[in-house]
Design a protein around this ligand. Structure first.
Ligand code: GDP
Ligand code: MG
Length: 205
């Protein structure tokens, strides 16, 4: 039996308009950053292949088409997600305050089988701006929020400077993979095979 099977993982990226969702994805997948603001056209995904231990993984990363500003994202966007990435801008308080809504909206729309263990990840983006002087949300405040939601992993990132982007997406991939594994086992009806380390509770990265 070959252990090298390819796994497709759906990751969706949520957060207020302008926080850098599209930029983070572009930096991760294409190693590019653009200062220009372009509203994303057409709900879309990009893919990235990576190897995690002996697994070949295809991350399918879904970006919003800018509709987060004025309308709901539609059921196809949320359907079958294996991990939800929440993004805020550390320089914009409102983008942090709306995280509760995004978190809630995801659970409502995606309706995962076990909402308490579904993998979320929080990214505090744009930490490069003004050398951190215009920052309004502290790391502690963000980590407290993550703790209150069941220990969501947290990364501070800069899509512009390519800071922590790879690390964050590796954690995202590992979390999604751990969750997918749990579901496989769950559907086979042998839950006792789920080991401690495969349960969610932060990834090993
Ligand atoms: P989205 O609406 O969440 O997809 O946000 P975008 O990725 O379109 O980014 C909005 C604006 O913020 C663009 O002008 C980006 O160039 C800029 N931006 C995104 N990430 C960063 C970052 O890490 N640092 C800085 N300085 N600007 C960023
Ligand atoms: Mg966008």
């Amino acid at each position: 039996m070959s252990l090298r099977r390819r796994t497709l993982l759906k990751v969706i990226v949520l957060g207020d308009s302008g926080v850098g969702k599209t930029s983070l994805m572009n930096q991760y997948v294409h190693k590019k950053f653009s200062q220009q603001y372009k509203a994303t056209i057409g709900a879309d995904f990009v893919t990235k292949e990576l190897q995690i231990d002996d697994r070949l993984v295809t991350l399918q990363i879904w970006d919003t088409a800018g509709q987060e500003r004025f309308q709901s994202l539609g059921v196809a966007f949320y359907r079958g997600a294996d991990c939800c990435v929440l993004v805020y801008d550390v320089n914009v308080l409102r983008s942090f305050d709306t995280l509760d809504n995004w978190h809630e909206e995801f659970l409502k729309q995606a309706n995962p089988p076990d909402p308490k263990t579904f993998p979320f990840i929080l990214l505090g983006n744009k930490i490069d701006i003004d050398g951190g002087n215009s920052r309004v949300v502290s790391e502690k405040k963000a980590r407290d929020w993550c703790a209150s939601k069941g220990n969501i992993p947290y990364y501070e990132t800069s899509a512009k400077e390519d800071y922590n982007v790879d690390a964050a997406f590796l954690c995202i991939a590992k979390s999604a993979l751990a969750n997918e594994h749990e579901q496989d086992i769950y559907f086979q009806g042998i839950p006792e095979a789920v080991s401690e380390t495969e349960q969610r509770g932060g990834c090993a990265c």
